[in-house]
Each structure stands twice: as C-alpha cells, then as structure tokens.
Design a protein around this ligand. Sequence first.
Ligand code: NAD
Length: 295
Amino acid sequence: MEMTVSRILDGKAIAKTVRAEVSARVRALRARGITPGLTVVLVGDDPASQVYVRNKDKAAAEAGFAARTLRLPATTRQAELLDLIDALNRDPGVHGVLLQLPLPKGLDAEAVLERLDPAKDVDGLTPRNVAALWRGEDALVPCTPAGCIELLDRHGIAIEGKRAVVIGRSQLVGKPLAALLLARNATVTIAHSRSRDLAGVAREAEILVAAVGRAKLVKASWVRPGAVVLDVGINRQEDGRLCGDVDFHDVLPVVGAITPVPGGVGPMTIAMLLANTVRAAARSAGIDPSALGSA
Ligand code: NAD
C-alpha cells in the first residue's frame, strides 16, 4: 500500500470543492441561456426522505439551479405518477428528475423508473443507464457510488489493479459501485448477507466499501493493514447520533485511510447529484459537459 499513516478522507471538504465547480458550470450554462432544472419527486411522507429532499433542494438552489420538489400524497396512484413522469420527460426546462425512494406501498418504483427518460435520470437508476454502466459505456451514474469514486480520485488514491471488496449488493449503492470500480480496473468482489466468512473476504481488500446498513459491523479484524475504507452506511444509534457500518475507532489504527460518518461519503451524494444534473443539462443543449470545466 502507498500509505502508512491513517488519513481521514474529508468528504465535506471535497463535496464543497465539487459544488463550487458545479456552480461555475451552472454560471457558464446560464451565460448561454440554459438554467439547469432539477425536479425531485417525493411521494408520501417518509420522514427520512423529507430530510434528504430538503437538503437536495437547498443545495441545488444554492448552486444556481431551477430546483423544485413535487410533493405527492401517499395515496397517489401508479397511473398518476406515470403521467407526471411523462410530463417531466416532455418539459424542456427539466434536465434532471430524481424520484425519491422508497415509494409508498402499492407503487411500483421499477415501472416508474422504466418510464423516465434516461437522459434525465440523474440518479442513474433507469434500465438503460444501469446497462450502460455495466457495459462500460458513458452513463449517468448513481450519486453515492459516483461520490465514492470521486473521493478516491481527489485524494489521489489509485484504483487500478487493486483488490476491492464491496459489502452490500443494492441497486442503489453496492452493485453500481462494484461496476465503477471494475470499470477502473480494480479486481472486485461483491459480498453480501449470505457471504461465507465475510471478515475473511473483507480482509483481502485494499479498498473496502461497507454499504450494508448495520451499525459498526466492520471491525479492525476485518481490515487489511493499510486498506482504504469507505463507509457508506448511515445508521442512527440509540443515543440519536449517526454512525456508519464501520466501527470507526476500532479500525482507525489499522486503516490507511477512512471516511468518517457523518462527513465522509454522505456529503458527496448531493454534490454528485448536482454534477449529474449539470451534465444532463449541458448534453440536452448539445454542449460537451467537459467544455464547461471540471466536475
Ligand atoms: P440495502 O438495504 O438496499 O442493501 C443492503 C445490502 O447489505 C444488501 O445487499 C444485503 O445483502 C447486505 N447486507 C445486509 N446485511 C448484511 C450483513 N449482515 N452482512 C453483509 N451484508 C449484509 O441498503 P443500501 O440502500 O445499499 O444502503 C446501505 C447503507 O448505506 C444504509 O445504511 C443507507 O442508509 C446508506 N446509504 C448512504 C448513502 C449516502 O449518501 N451516504 C446513500 C444511500 C445509502
């Protein structure tokens, strides 16, 4: 490994940099008459979703987007939701649509995502974008996994050739992150709730990602000395404080680098949502997003 002294990977600081770059790109787009438009669709009143959506709205407005949240009651029918998606697909002022998940019971998220225009799918969850990611083609990529890669890149942590282990196989985090690491030439293992000897598998990792949703699951004995550990988990402890899937203080003496919770992967998610939306807006106008500067 290239590191001997453990480092805290500061997602808050990196997210701030990314957001400043996004704001600069928004200004460049607005100078050409395009205001990136992000619409968040929130169905029902899940309390965690309310918080996430508020934060996304605020960050998007701060970055100069035309941002809005459409709040629909939990009683919304599938057909109504599909009609709304059709309308957003047609609306030229909407460049990105984020369907806040989970949907209330009785609504079929997969069918809604299938309806969404892949070019506006800033969460990277439509079948077309998922396929493109696994085929190694250019795609809009889910925000949390994209944020993990950005964190590694901006800390100068090489991915190519490394042994990477991702614990968790969700559509939202585990699988797309494994695909991204693979696309960057890591040797990738996806571990999950049925994996045998999870600790032994984790210990092989030079880059270890925990995306499980179990507080402090990963202990020092699971970590290869010098490994880079990305902790995606957000768990609420009994005392109300947040913690990750990694037992931070236990593993700290062993790791080469680690993301804290909060302040690690979390802030990157919104930053990447904004970056995806700017990309989508640029593309819709036939502008190469890289012509607008980094991020
Ligand atoms: P999920 O529940 O959809 O998936 C969890 C995965 O973990 C499953 O694939 C399952 O196989 C695996 N798993 C469950 N128990 C396990 C165990 N005991 N051992 C090994 N694997 C096990 O969750 P998700 O949406 O992928 O989210 C995972 C965590 O990341 C949650 O804590 C969530 O809150 C958090 N999260 C954070 C962000 C962020 O912005 N930082 C974004 C999304 C999710």
